[in-house]
Design a protein around this ligand. Structure first.
Ligand SMILES: Cc1cc2nc3c(=O)[nH]c(=O)nc-3n(C[C@H](O)[C@H](O)[C@H](O)COP(=O)(O)OP(=O)(O)OC[C@H]3O[C@@H](n4cnc5c(N)ncnc54)[C@H](O)[C@@H]3O)c2cc1C
Length: 334
């Protein structure tokens, strides 16, 4: 175990912090891609006070940290992640009011899809589009996740967070910079603790029909192999999948990473893919799509961990330089 991990563990024990801590834990065990080298220290927390405690401790010790949901939008480097990775499994749900609907206050480590399924069963509408999105509520807010014309921005009212200065804050949805698969939290160190969603009274029958229809569409269009969902954002007025398919790339492979023959905007792991294989395919796609369509694709998935700086810069392309926002524009994934 590295000295840093040991010292952080000792201090956490002294402070009585809860959470299951594992040293040198392979992140391939914790990402939907089944890819990623070891985290120096990996901690799973189920109580908000532990989440706050670990983040505060890491900040105090100037140890880098990553708060992760279910790792369904991440490509973790083969070399792993230095510092501590904190998996948020805080999932308490409370209802605040009931008049024309309901406000639910949910902790951010719970599954978004389960929340959507459960609320639809109770006759509460507004999240059913999210059935089948595999991450947490927290990860979904960071990305303003969306599908089938719905998105987090539509029913979210406010969040409670620990900001980068260590201050607990409530923020209204209008302050969150939510746009097409983006928010003010991208690349920032705030930790979102809970979120209030305003849901609507709707017919259970109608909601269950919508849920069934979205599930059916997903079963048809979504590859079964491990992935992180759509790799690229849809460019304005078009679909990344269409551009990739027309560039003749469906089915192309590097190592065990493959551009899915079913859905060209998915790069899937056929078994033993490494992060560098996926990254090489990303660069190939961007280059070929540029050559054919003169469109520069932006990444939707996020690269984290110990990447070589040149490889990272080449793979993310202009993601951080010119992150265009398309507020209110929601496009169905293809
Ligand atoms: C098969 C498949 C289908 C998918 N379909 C869709 C889809 O239809 N629509 C869509 O939008 N996405 C889709 N995704 C992508 C992904 O599921 C979503 O982006 C999801 O919301 C990510 O949540 P997560 O918990 O896995 O976040 P992670 O991948 O763990 O983290 C994503 C980012 O959020 C940050 N983060 C997570 N929690 C917090 C927190 N509490 N506070 C601060 N930062 C936090 C992380 O640090 C990281 O930067 C799909 C993925 C897969 C594998």
């Amino acid at each position: 175990m590295k000295g840093m991990a040991l010292s952080l563990l000792t201090q956490a024990e002294e402070k009585g912090l809860g959470g299951r801590a594992l040293a040198d834990e392979p992140l391939a065990r914790h990402t939907s891609y089944r890819i990623g080298g070891p985290a120096d220290l990996y901690v799973v927390v189920r109580r908000e006070e532990d989440l706050l405690g670990w983040v505060t401790l890491a900040r105090k010790e100037a140890i880098s940290y990553l708060v992760m949901g279910r790792g369904t939008n991440l490509l973790v480097a083969d070399e792993g992640v230095r510092g501590v990775v904190i998996e948020n499994r805080c999932r308490e749900v409370r209802s605040l009011t009931r008049s024309e609907g309901i406000i639910l206050r949910v902790q951010t480590g719970g599954s978004l899809s389960s929340l959507a399924r459960r609320t639809a069963k109770e006759g509460l509408g507004g999240l059913e589009w999210a059935v089948g999105i595999p991450g947490t509520v927290g990860g979904a807010i960071v990305n303003n996740a969306g599908a089938y014309g719905g998105s987090i921005a539509q029913r979210l009212q406010r969040v409670t967070l620990l900001d980068s200065q260590g201050v607990l804050q409530r923020m209204a949805v209008s302050e969150l910079g939510l746009g097409y698969r983006t928010s003010r939290f991208k690349g920032e160190s705030s930790v979102i603790l809970s979120a209030d969603f305003a849901l609507l009274d709707e017919s259970r029958d109608l909601l269950s029909k919508r849920v069934a229809s979205y599930e059916k569409q997903r079963r048809k269009s979504q590859p079964k192999e491990p992935s992180a969902g759509s790799v690229f954002k849809n460019p304005e007025g078009d679909y990344a999948g269409r551009l990739i398919e027309e560039a003749g790339l469906k089915g192309d492979r590097i190592g065990d990473a493959q551009i899915s023959p079913l859905h060209a905007n998915y790069i899937v792991n056929l078994g033993q893919a490494r992060a560098r294989d996926v990254a090489a395919l990303i660069r190939l796609v961007r280059e070929r799509v540029w050559q054919k369509h003169r469109t520069l694709l932006e990444l939707e998935i996020e690269l984290v961990g110990d990447w070589e700086p040149e490889e990272l810069a080449a793979t993310i392309g202009r993601q951080h330089k010119e992150c265009r926002e398309h507020p209110n524009i929601e496009k169905e994934d293809r």
